[in-house]
Design a protein around this ligand. Sequence first.
Ligand SMILES: [Zn+2]
Length: 247
Amino acid sequence: MKISPQQQAAMLETAQERTRIDGLIARSACLPEKAELDRLRANLREESAGAARSRLNASDLGRDIDKLVSDIAKLKAREKADRLSLGAVEDKFERRELQRDMESTRRRRERAERKLEQTEKMRQAYELDAQQGTVAEAASEDIEQATQRLADAEKDIKARIAVAETKFESLRATLDPAAEKLYRKLEQNNGIPVARIDGRACGSCFMELDVGTLHDFDALAADEVSSCPECGAMLVRPATLAVAMKS
Ligand SMILES: [Zn+2]
């Protein structure tokens, strides 16, 4: 089959533009700006959940602390009452009982005071964690900026796709009926319909062409159509491109 070198070059250029469009579409599906936004959102979710848990824990400990404070006050009042009674009672047996009670009350109070101190420390730690809420606010600002960056990137790539589509259509419009018919047939196949020979490899499937095939290609006239024996893509040979460039 014969197609003029100029038309073969035009078919090649059309296919190259299509490849560019496919590349842009693939890129638009996995924009790094999208990955960044997803990462920030996941972080925020994690931080918010952690802060909420810590707030809950801090408030539970707050109730424990209130109870300990009130217990300590009661124990102190009891120690004071024991002391006052000791001043007034003379009976030996009663005094011993009072002293024993005062002593055990003091031990209970000291235990409660140690517990209170530990619980206060724990609550402070949880409150510090709960302040991640303010970190989350900063994160939501980052998310807003990342969302804007993604919107910009999407807009940019859509515009580039639109430009490339227009270029593709205008390139394709330069194909004469025979070239257009062949191009349409070739684009039914998967992969790149028209490619150049890249060194010794097919520019569509990247398989290396054997020496015999390359030798056969060398013997062909510039307007003779050749194709890859591996993938069936039309191959525009360097000699054909050279002729197309000259005209
Ligand atoms: Zn091939």
